[in-house]
Design a protein. Structure first.
Length: 338
């Protein structure tokens, strides 16, 4: 593989390479045509004309090529990679220092994060399913949504931050309540048990859309916010932001996992709808949907574990931004532009 194949060369260098490649063919064709007429003067003039034209083309293309662009592109890549590695080292060092200085405080921070996750994710779902057994599913979704709304408002007032995960969960509960209001007749009543999984699947798939606001904030997949909120240190959360900006493999894995989880959650509703239309008994519908959901949850946990291991393995391979391959690459660039 040549240097031009390994580097992201600017598009302006293409006419230069094409002109150099086509010079011998054009010169040979013109010379052969003139030689066939046994006219040395015409052969000389044709060859000189083609060479002059090719030389002007090469000169024009060369004037558009900026070798500094190549160096700047790869220098930016190395800076971004080094920044991500530095952020990882900083977060790891902060964790070690925090644990060494005050292990009780560090452990309490982890417990606080777990408590926040439990209070923000587990409690609303448990509250919804408990209330749905005694009151209307609409009222259960509204009460669970109000609990999430309380957490979002509390974080906004106390920490001056927007809880993106809480906003998404709140949207899911409101979608669930709206759908339950629409399903108030006939066989659609049986679908109320699956509306929460459908709404969460819709929210997860909606986070894959490239939505931006205020030209600063870009919507990211739901799993990204979920993983980011699980870290007790601000430096680790900052490192995740850097990873997302500079690591395409991380973005690809998280987007794929979010899409699969969203499809799995929404598919439960579709399965239950099909079973209702196929005139299955209520006990059979409950059995099949619960078994399907258990398989889906197990599959999602396995998939998330595999994705985390792949990211860890990939990060170890790119943890040294100036490896031998990059050194050879820059040596070739410097020698080629000297």
């Amino acid at each position: 593989m040549g240097l031009s194949d390994r580097l992201s060369l600017p598009t302006s260098i293409t006419p230069l390479l094409d002109s150099v490649k086509n010079v011998p063919e054009a010169a040979v064709a013109a010379t052969t045509s003139a030689a066939s007429q046994l006219n040395p003067a015409a052969m000389h003039d044709a060859t000189a004309s083609v060479i002059d034209k090719a030389s002007s083309t090469v000169a024009a293309a060369s004037s558009k090529v900026n070798p500094n662009t190549i160096l700047q592109d790869h220098a930016k890549f190395v800076r971004n990679t080094a920044s991500s590695v530095q952020d990882t080292a900083t977060s790891t060092m902060d964790s070690a220092i925090s644990f060494a200085k005050n292990p009780i405080k560090y452990v309490c921070g982890i417990i606080l994060v777990l408590f926040q996750a439990f209070f923000e994710i587990a409690v609303p779902f448990a509250l919804y399913f408990l209330l749905a057994a005694f009151v209307s599913p609409v009222l259960a979704a509204i009460v669970a949504g109000l609990q999430v709304l309380f957490v979002v408002v509390l974080k906004r007032c106390c920490q001056r931050t927007t809880d993106t995960l809480g906003v998404m969960l709140l949207s899911g509960f409101f979608i669930c309540a709206a759908f339950n209001l629409a399903c108030n007749h006939g066989t659609l009543l049986t679908l109320r048990n699956s509306t929460l999984s459908l709404s969460m699947g819709i929210v997860m798939l909606a986070t894959l859309l490239p939505i931006e606001w205020k030209k600063k904030h870009q919507l990211r997949p739901l799993l990204y916010y979920l993983v980011q909120n699980m870290n007790p240190l601000d430096s680790t959360r900052t490192a995740w932001k850097t990873f997302w900006k500079t690591w395409p493999y991380l973005r690809k894995v998280i987007r794929i996992e979010t899409a699969l989880c969203g499809i799995a959650l929404a598919s439960k509703f579709l399965l239950q709808w099909y079973l209702i239309l196929a005139d299955f008994e209520d006990e059979e519908i409950a059995y099949y949907t619960n078994a399907y959901m258990a398989c889906m949850v197990s599959s999602m946990l396995i998939m998330l574990t595999i994705g985390g291991l792949l990211l860890r393995h990939k990060h170890k391979r790119i943890s040294n931004p100036l490896n031998v391959d990059h050194k050879q690459m820059f040596r070739g660039i410097l020698y080629g532009t000297a």
